[in-house]
Design a protein around this ligand. Structure first.
Ligand SMILES: [Fe+2]
Length: 203
């Protein structure tokens, strides 16, 4: 996906009271019907920590390729992210997290950097190619308590922080659950990697 396409991919400011897009597709697959609930499917350490050094090294090398897309800097993933995204280990791990009957295929991946008070992601839901998201916190540098947080947003309720340490992933239906990231404080740097998956016909 090009960065121009990506601009359309990110639907900022979407009315969170609207029904989650694509929810009917998932219901039709026989999955549970609570996809708009502000919850994650998995949160915790990446089960394959041996991948982290290569992903962190690629992120560092790719930072020079990053462009500012709306509210923060991004770069499309490279060989290390693609290798991980298409690996049987990651796909099997994700299959174990989603409800029975939900099938998906890998699409794209992006590195993201949040380094200044203007950097953030407004509450939004992703489009079909990122209906299932796996976000890896590669690096979080801060002085004292961290300021930048990843949040899920229940309809009509308070935002729910998703605690993540470096090396943790959160897996959730990013096309159905409104999510955001808040700005870093002075001297704070956040580097994440997002892997996207689109729904596939039920198996
Ligand atoms: Fe998103």
């Amino acid at each position: 996906m090009s960065f121009d396409a990506l601009l359309g991919h990110l639907e900022f400011g979407e009315d969170p009271t609207e029904p989650p897009p694509f929810a009917e597709h998932v219901r039709g697959s026989g999955a549970r019907s609570d996809l708009g609930r502000p919850t994650w499917l998995f949160r915790g350490p990446l089960p394959f920590p041996h991948l982290l050094p290569a992903l962190r090294a690629e992120a560092q090398a790719w930072r020079g390729k990053a462009s500012r897309v709306n509210t923060h800097s991004m770069a499309q993933g490279g060989p290390a992210t693609t290798a991980a995204q298409t690996s049987p280990a990651l796909l099997d791990f994700l299959r174990a997290q989603v409800p029975p009957g939900v099938a998906f295929e890998p699409t794209t991946s992006y590195y993201h950097w949040y380094a200044s008070a203007e950097d953030r992601v407004e509450p939004h839901r992703d489009q079909a190619d990122f209906f299932l998201g796996c976000i890896l916190l590669l690096h979080h540098e801060h002085q004292g308590a961290p300021t930048s947080r990843f949040l899920l947003h229940p309809t009509g309720g308070e935002a729910v922080p998703v605690p993540l340490d470096a090396g943790d992933v959160v897996v959730f239906f990013s096309g159905a659950v409104t999510h955001s990231r808040t700005a870093p404080g002075p001297g704070e740097l956040v580097n994440t990697l997002t892997w996207g998956f689109e729904l596939a016909p039920p198996r």
